[in-house]
Design a protein around this ligand. Structure first.
Ligand code: DO4
Ligand code: MG
Length: 275
């Protein structure tokens, strides 16, 4: 079942029908006891409605913070070692890839998150920016993974490569993250063959295309959620990006006007132009 947040309220999409969910706000629904059973109940007791218009879609986020894990794919480890090789980064990405404790960092507050279709921000002081297509976990206030969404951890490779202490500036700025178009609510693990695909269009042509499958993710979603919630509290839950498995070649940087589409099997496609 897929949960959508729109300017007209909350919608549930089952395999066949759309339902309008009323009487509960996003944060309360996100944290309701046994959300899967709750949504089954909504679907079996409500009247189907027309689908919401695509232009009404909002990011599926209420007051949740967005966090991100890094260096969880071999490709990410290797790209980071390359970009920081002149500044001493040769070994710490390698070490965090292999360590028990993952890299987890704060990514965005809800007001820094772009809605589906909304332009993301390219930093004025970066010359090397890339989208990071990431499976994103929807986690409730009890640390339970209730579902999955598509995330874009937009990043500045030059700022991050210059010094790891610049990571917060490379990662967190206005409209630095996008999530959506919905939350795929499921009690099940996603199949390991799940593809996270990215396409970047420039002036009507494909400028980059790539993808990675979930079996390349070095850590499990439960492990990453467990580290995020260790000695921490999230009163209305959190979203956790799980790292990128796709990094374009070193010559590639995003341009204003590029359109980034990220598709994850079973969830949907998140499209954002670059501002
Ligand atoms: O270590 C820097 C960030 C890593 C990251 O965002 C990723 O691997 O996706
Ligand atoms: Mg990332």
């Amino acid at each position: 079942m897929h949960l959508y947040r729109t300017t007209q309220g909350i919608y549930l999409h089952t395999a066949t029908f759309w339902y309008h969910i009323t009487g509960i706000d996003w944060d309360a629904l996100y944290n309701v006891e046994d959300i899967h059973a709750y949504l089954e109940q909504v679907a079996s007791t409500s009247t189907a409605v027309p689908a919401p218009a695509p232009e009404t879609l909002l990011a599926p986020i209420g007051t949740q913070e967005v966090w991100a894990a890094g260096v969880t794919y071999w490709r990410s480890r290797t790209a980071r070692m390359e970009e920081s090789k002149d500044t001493g980064g040769g070994s710490f990405y390698d070490r965090v890839y292999a360590a028990e404790r993952p890299e987890i960092f704060f990514k965005a507050t809800p007001q820094r998150v772009a809605h589906p279709g909304q332009a993301m921000h390219l930093r004025s002081d970066s010359k090397w920016m890339v989208p990071e297509p990431e499976l994103t976990l929807a986690i409730n206030d009890r640390g339970e993974i209730i579902g999955y969404t598509v995330g874009n951890d937009l990043s500045c490779r030059d700022i991050e490569g210059e010094n790891p202490l610049y990571l917060p500036q490379a990662k967190c700025f206005k409209l630095c993250a996008a999530v959506g178009p919905c939350i795929y609510v499921t009690p099940d693990l996603l199949p390991s063959s799940t593809l996270i695909a990215v396409k970047i269009e420039r002036a009507g042509a494909v400028a980059f295309e790539g993808g990675a499958t979930l079996d390349q993710l070095k850590r499990t979603p439960q492990e990453l959620a467990g580290f995020l919630y260790r000695d921490n509290t999230f009163p209305t839950g959190a979203l956790l990006m799980t790292g990128t498995g796709t990094v374009p070649g070193d010559e590639f940087t995003l341009h204003s006007g590029d359109v980034v589409s990220i598709t994850i099997d079973g969830i949907g496609t998140l499209v954002n132009p670059m501002g």
